[in-house]
Design a protein around this ligand. Sequence first.
Ligand SMILES: [Zn+2]
Ligand SMILES: [Zn+2]
Length: 296
Amino acid sequence: MDDEKTLDHLSEFIKKNPELGFSIEDYTIKVDLKKKIAGLPSKGSKSDVSKIAKKYSKKALEEKKPMMSYLKTKDFDIDEIKKTALVFLDDLIRSLSDPRSTENEEDNKIKIEEINKYIDIINLKPKVFRQIISAELVNDFEWLISLAERSEADPLLMINLGSTYIQPFAEELRRLVDTEFREEWFRKECPVCGRKTTVGKLIDRKRYFVCNFCSTEYRVPLLICNYCDNSDQHELAFYSIKGLNNLHIDFCKKCSHYMKMIDEDKTDEHIPSGLEDIFTLKLDIIAQKQDLIRDI
Ligand SMILES: [Zn+2]
Ligand SMILES: [Zn+2]
């Protein structure tokens, strides 16, 4: 689904569910930046994405390592990505300081301050931007958080912007991998980007996890905890949700972690791709009331 349609679905959902308190503004910033990066040749990478998909899918399956783990920063056009990001952030600051957007003047001031701190960090040393992309490729969020904290900058902005630089590439890779690759994976982490997730689907009585980052749907064992690998059926259970028969919560009695599940076999109502985690936020509230723990 294209990003504009995703935004339409999201704003409609937020209007219907104001109690969730989800802010569409930060999401919109990510979508706008993503569009710019997606417009770069080969989605910001240096070679044709289909060649990369072909080169690594078999290897990834054999070695049980996510495809993105084979890529290094030298495979990306770092200078172009950085240039695009800086132009985007400059434009963003300009629109936030527009006197016509007085409605959230105070909030905008804080946002501008945070964006300026971020720009200073990526401009301070020539290697920093490359290191950010490198950390995103191996999902080293701790390093990104510490980079932000050292400059008293916003860690969430650091992670969000950083992931957006490689997201269009990851999504393109997902479009290009074949069904067999996704069906034979059987691991908790995404086979394309290696990230963990919070949401899954039941399709034809088979269990899939859905990556919140690149939207890959990949097959996982029917009975396994998404956190501790426990596969003892007596220690795994689920909550059904009153009034929502297409949704349930899988949880593990051993470690108390949970996974939100969408039962595609029980509904005609389709949750738009890329919005599975947000459209099931209600389940997080229910699960956490039961003292269950969300992994990420
Ligand atoms: Zn992924
Ligand atoms: Zn567990």
